[in-house]
Write a protein of this length. Sequence first.
Length: 119
Amino acid sequence: MKSIPFSELGKIHQYKTISSGESGTVFYLKIPESCVGFIRKMANTFYRDTYYQLIIDGEIVENKIERTVGEIDNPVAINPPILVRNYIKVIGVNNSDCPVTFEFLIDGEAYHVKSSLQN
């Protein structure tokens, strides 16, 4: 079965500057309808008084990521990989007193599946 790298579906390293007291989508990747995806690597930047929310397929997988998961130039392997059926979304929350540029990297691959296996 041939894999489709996440990098062919969109940008695997995304970033957004978020103003003080605000939140916003830092990372978003849609998995094609006929596929399932597997998150294999993750990395992010982290600043005091900020956090991330990791949302997969509409469910909050981790509500408050208040740490560096892995360095952007040296992502951490996720083992076992995280299954994704529809989309990956990361929200950044800035509780600091200045604007912050949030960065998140998520890498992996998607595979075509029969529709009965996708659900």
